[in-house]
Write a protein that binds this ligand. Structure first.
Ligand code: NCD
Length: 315
């Protein structure tokens, strides 16, 4: 189905739906001991050049629950501090027979660059590259939306109004979701203070706005909040904390204006009381915990599908 998984821009709808259906079927059979045999004798290397809680643990559990051997490489505490280059590090791990690299990097385009370099012929999965993409996050979000709205097997997201709010400019989560959810038929609006909004949208079907209250008035079915990523800001773009909270926080008062069927999402890590009020994050419209649960199933689908496909290509 897929050999590598680096982007939702290049993922066609039938591939996306196959992965989502596979994740759903793995979730439904989670207790079946045969699931633990699917990637027996395979090795997955999680290579993380950036801090991560959810994504790293989620990929680790996904690999283990499919029966793979999983190694976790983090640039901290490795020979990277002795000057070893990225490609030499990958080549070193590759020489120990790795079937899939799960790569997180602060550099946009890092996963693509690794594939192009031919340093390894193993599967490469993008677990977040700079401000570019985070495709497995988009997949788990799509899976969560499908569950929350009880969508049928052949139903796409047509008619669904999705509002993504926060640091759009630096968000790989926003980019991957904007492409995947729009491709599947959702109307996607991206909302941020002017300084954190891209000058032009990636595609013409996206709506860009800096008015959160106006966007909420369109009665979104899904409100996805994003973290304010101060570590990615090269200049002081941010409004003050007070301005941000007053203009862009999903507060209890704003959440009260949501339709009763609407859901609240956040990829984590959340900065409570900045982009989202605790009472909303923990409230009954929140899908945040379910997103984390589904992350494991989405990543099991990607790992299984990519490694199985690689085997069929390599013969
Ligand atoms: C995000 C990331 O690292 O891209 N988190 C995640 O993977 N769930 C978002 C963020 O860092 O704000």
């Amino acid at each position: 189905m897929i050999k590598n998984f680096v982007s939702t821009v290049t993922l066609d709808n039938s591939q996306a739906m196959k992965l989502i259906h596979l994740a759903e079927s793995i979730k439904a059979q989670a207790g079946d001991p045969n699931i633990r045999k699917l990637l027996e004798h395979k090795t997955v290397a999680n290579v993380f050049y950036e801090d991560s809680t959810r994504t790293r643990v989620s990929f680790e559990l996904a690999g283990k629950r499919l029966g793979a051997d999983v190694i976790n490489f983090s640039s901290k505490g490795s020979s990277v501090s002795k000057g070893e280059t990225f490609f030499d590090t990958i080549a070193t791990l590759d020489a120990m027979a790795v079937d899939a690299f799960v790569l997180r990097s602060p550099e946009s385009g890092a996963a693509e660059k690794l594939i192009d370099s031919k340093t390894t012929s193993a599967t490469v999965i993008n677990a977040g590259d700079g401000t570019n993409e985070h495709p497995t996050q988009a997949l788990l979000d799509a899976l969560t939306i499908r569950e929350k709205f009880s969508l049928g097997a052949n139903q796409d997201f047509t008619g669904l109004n999705v509002l993504i709010t926060g640091d759009i400019k630096h968000s790989r989560v926003a980019r991957s979701n904007a492409h995947l959810l729009s491709n599947l038929g959702a109307k996607v609006t991206l909302c941020a203070p002017v300084a954190l909004l891209p000058e032009t949208a990636d595609r013409t079907d996206l709506v860009l706005t800096s008015d959160f209250d106006d966007a909420l008035a369109t009665k979104p079915d899904v409100v996805m909040m994003l973290r304010v990523q101060t570590e990615r800001m090269t200049e002081s773009l941010m409004p003050t904390r007070e301005q941000y909270v007053s203009g862009y926080q999903l507060s209890a008062e704003r959440a009260a204006r949501l339709a009763s069927h609407a859901i609240v999402m956040h990829p984590g890590p959340m900065i409570r009381e900045l982009e989202i009020a605790s009472i909303v994050a923990d409230g009954n419209q929140s899908a945040i915990r379910q997103q984390v649960t589904n992350g494991v199933y989405a990543r099991m689908a990607v790992l299984f599908s990519a490694i199985a496909q690689k085997d069929s290509i390599d013969g």
